[in-house]
Design a protein around this ligand. Structure first.
Ligand SMILES: [Zn+2]
Length: 152
């Protein structure tokens, strides 16, 4: 049997609650979450709603040209495509099932209707969904301050 080790002492700064980092939350100065989601959905800066959020179709601007909010430390990654697939699937699949039950068309009719519909819906929704995702991440403080600068 190994010898008993003395109980580790807990540093006092780990016991303190709330942590010092939460004393001054910069997200408190931002608008409420529904406002930030709505502004992101309209592809404008979630913080002020005055300037464009995107620099291209899906490329996020480095910072807001109106209020200076930094977007360079927000990485939405796979969340916007995930939400887009989720919403698109919940629109297209019930329509496919309804059409199959109602008319039972041949497979080429399903393909001719639902393949383009899926692409169009996904392309139309991914940009506003990405904007809303960034708005939510900004409000919830889901940023990466030590992210290396991108070369894009
Ligand atoms: Zn702004």
């Amino acid at each position: 049997m190994p010898p008993m080790t003395p109980a580790a002492t807990v540093p006092t700064d780990l016991v303190r609650w709330p942590p010092a980092a939460q004393d001054a939350n910069p997200a408190d100065a931002l608008p409420p979450l529904p406002t930030m989601l709505k502004r992101g959905l309209f592809c404008t800066c979630p913080a002020c709603g005055k300037a464009k959020l995107f620099n291209g179709f899906l490329r996020v601007a480095k910072q807001c040209s109106a209020c200076g909010t930094d977007f360079s430390n927000i990485r939405a990654d796979d969340a916007p495509p995930y939400f887009t697939i989720f919403v698109t699937g919940h629109i297209v699949v019930p329509l496919m099932l309804w059409l199959e039950r109602a008319e039972t068309p041949p497979l080429w009719v399903h393909s001719a209707i639902f393949l383009p519909l899926t692409v169009i819906l996904a392309m139309a929704m991914i940009r506003p969904i990405k904007g809303a995702t960034i708005g939510g991440m900004l409000k919830l403080g889901l940023t990466t301050p030590d992210m290396p600068p991108s070369n894009a």
